[in-house]
Design a protein around this ligand. Structure first.
Ligand SMILES: NC(=O)c1ccc[n+]([C@@H]2O[C@H](COP(=O)([O-])OP(=O)(O)OC[C@H]3O[C@@H](n4cnc5c(N)ncnc54)[C@H](OP(=O)(O)O)[C@@H]3O)[C@@H](O)[C@H]2O)c1
Length: 237
């Protein structure tokens, strides 16, 4: 299947991986609708990507606002759910509310988006969810990400069975040179992070959003692939 003439909705579409996926899909001839919270970011990405890309403002933690946005987006062929927040810190110290907020965005945000979109999806369409490497390669201070990513990978398998013939897959990025749902790091910390990512990955470097987008397009277009999580992590497992 080619994406030419298809409609793709991307939550977190103004972020690193979401915007790269939007660019790649538009490049294949799809029309793309971005969803995020910050209008200025959405507007700037849409302006950069051209007339095939539009946007709607919604917070995925707000089920009603998200359902309204998906209704406005209209019938769709593919849903990509890349919106995420972030929380880091020792298990004993991180406030429970911060962990709940991560789940509100990254688990419930994806869950709600799929529920709202499925009734309007083309039967030969697909859903692409996002987990992340911390489920398979846990790290100190990042247990909440491990848990939310594991929950998404469980959901993918079950949804693939229930949503068929609509296909449901997930992508698990490794360390990618984007914000990863967090706040921008000071430049020294960022340099150290990129160097550490290079030491840890088999391929010896951090990944790019475009490399994740390439795999995202594969999952959207691969008509006999459902219920899988694809690691795009440079071997970081
Ligand atoms: N980058 C990595 O190293 C990495 C590693 C493993 C997994 N992942 C996963 O890959 C996915 C994409 O990450 P990324 O690196 O592209 O993140 P990113 O660059 O930080 O982008 C996050 C996007 O989500 C949007 N967003 C955040 N909270 C939202 C909310 N409540 N409602 C609506 N939109 C919201 C942001 O826009 P606004 O803030 O303006 O709303 C932005 O568009 C996430 O699931 C992330 O956990 C990333």
């Amino acid at each position: 299947m080619t994406l030419a003439g298809k409609r793709v909705v991307i939550t977190g579409g103004s972020g690193g991986i979401g915007a790269a996926t939007a660019r790649a899909a538009a490049g294949r001839g799809a029309s793309v609708v971005l969803i995020g919270r910050t209008e200025a970011r959405l507007k700037s990405v849409a302006a950069d990507l051209g007339p095939a890309v539009s946007y709607l403002v919604a917070d995925v933690r707000d089920g009603e606002a998200l359902a309204d946005a998906l209704e406005q987006a209209g019938p769709l062929d593919h849903l990509v759910t890349a919106a995420a927040g972030g929380v880091a810190g020792p298990f004993a110290d991180v406030p429970e509310d911060a962990v709940r907020d991560l789940f509100e965005t990254k688990f419930w945000g994806q869950y709600r988006a799929v529920r709202a979109a499925l009734p309007r999806m083309a039967p030969d369409g697909s859903v692409l969810l996002f987990s992340g490497f911390l489920y398979r390669k846990p790290a100190v201070g990042l247990s909440a990400f491990a848990a939310v990513n594991g929950a998404i990978e469980g959901l993918v398998k079950a949804l693939a069975v229930e949503a068929a013939p609509v296909r449901v897959n997930a992508l698990s990025p490794g360390r990618i040179d984007t914000l990863g749902g967090g706040d921008p790091m000071p430049s020294d910390a960022r340099r150290e992070y990129v160097a550490m990512a290079g030491r840890e990955a088999t391929l010896g470097r951090i990944g790019t959003a475009d490399e994740v987008a390439h795999a995202a397009l594969f999952l959207l277009e691969s008509t006999y692939t459902t219920g899988i999580t694809l690691d795009v992590d440079g071997g970081l497992r």
